[in-house]
Design a protein around this ligand. Sequence first.
Ligand code: SF4
Length: 440
Amino acid sequence: MSTPLPTLPSAPAVGGGCSDAEVLKERGQREVFCGLTGIIWLHRKMQDAFFLIVGSRTCAHLMQSAAGVMIFAEPRFGTAIIDERDLAGMADLHDELDRVVDTLLERRPEIRTLFLVGSCPSEVIKLDLNRAAERLQARRDDGRMILSYSGSGIETTFTEGEDSCLESMVPRLPASTVASGAEATASDAPELLVVGTVADIVEDQFRRLFQQLGIGPVRFFPPRRSRTLPPVGPNTKVLLAQPWMHRTVEALARRGATHLPAPFPLGAEGTTGWLRAAADAWGVDEGLFDEVVAAPRARARTAVARHRERLEGKRIFFFPDSQIELPMSRFLFEELGMPPVEVGTPYLHRSLMEAELPRIPEGTRISEGQDVERQLDRCRADAPDVVVCGLGLANPLEAEGITTKWAIELVFSPIHGYEQAGDLAELFARPVTRRSLLRV
Ligand code: SF4
């Protein structure tokens, strides 16, 4: 017996949404993690990679407190502490880095890719990590890959670390080819590349759906094994799982790949739109598409609907954090009836948001960058029901009686796809429930 689809409450009319909305651009003090934090999810995904932060004690403390749990496991990241040096000491610094890398790789044969991750101290900025990686690579012939990227708080915010990391891998991706006789020639059969780290369980669910739709070959970037690099070429179609992949998409485009514009796979409708973008590119029959997505989409709608009563009508305000804010506000508005008041994002890359902006209701204040004091003033004046913000702002706002949701959970939790849609809605229902219990 088939379960009837729950009716998705209709979203308020959105007109052209926020496609042409004027964006409030701010360039003041920011309250956001640096790009080093991306190592926390990248090291879990690429299980044979090691991240060597070339940094200060501050970087080591950040990583240890942000990813403290790792001290109980064999860590796959570490910090080479660079102390103050004058220019005369810089030559020694290269020798020291070489020594650290040699010791590490000797001791840990399972490491297949080593990332040298740059940070803020002036000594590190003076050190050319790209050249150091090239030098270290040239000295080895054991098939290991040595790359570098910046996670510095001066150059990157929170999720930009992942973008820089993947961008550094793009030049090493093999060209997609097909064997023709004795020669390999460029392949013209389309291949799907899903870009952005998602939890393994989510990756497996997406693989199954693509397979049922007849879409393939499908590869994920970053891969689980850092040496199983996906090929790229003019036949590669890129579908973004995460919205912070601006530079990686540009680097893939330089290798000939094409970006498929799509909403991000958050909630029942975002996931359907995301799969449909790939299905359209592969010419999948409409009937087959509906048949494949019907059951998981219905499950997702039911799971989300359980939280709607608690959340509907609650006005939400986003401080900028990860760049997931616009897709998230679209999900909350369309599927839970939560009107956004302000959606702050660290960067707005319109080319990646063209399927999202029209679905954000007209009149929403969209801000890019941050001037934290001014934004706090706007937030207090707006008096939203829920505020999504970083850890540093959450406690003071809670003390003022404002309900908050930690933005970091939206990055660290598996939230993509149909089967996670209910959990995603619950992430927002929980603080609202907690606040109402406190009031009782
Ligand atoms: Fe290290 Fe700079 Fe990040 Fe601080 S902001 S932890 S110094 S990279």
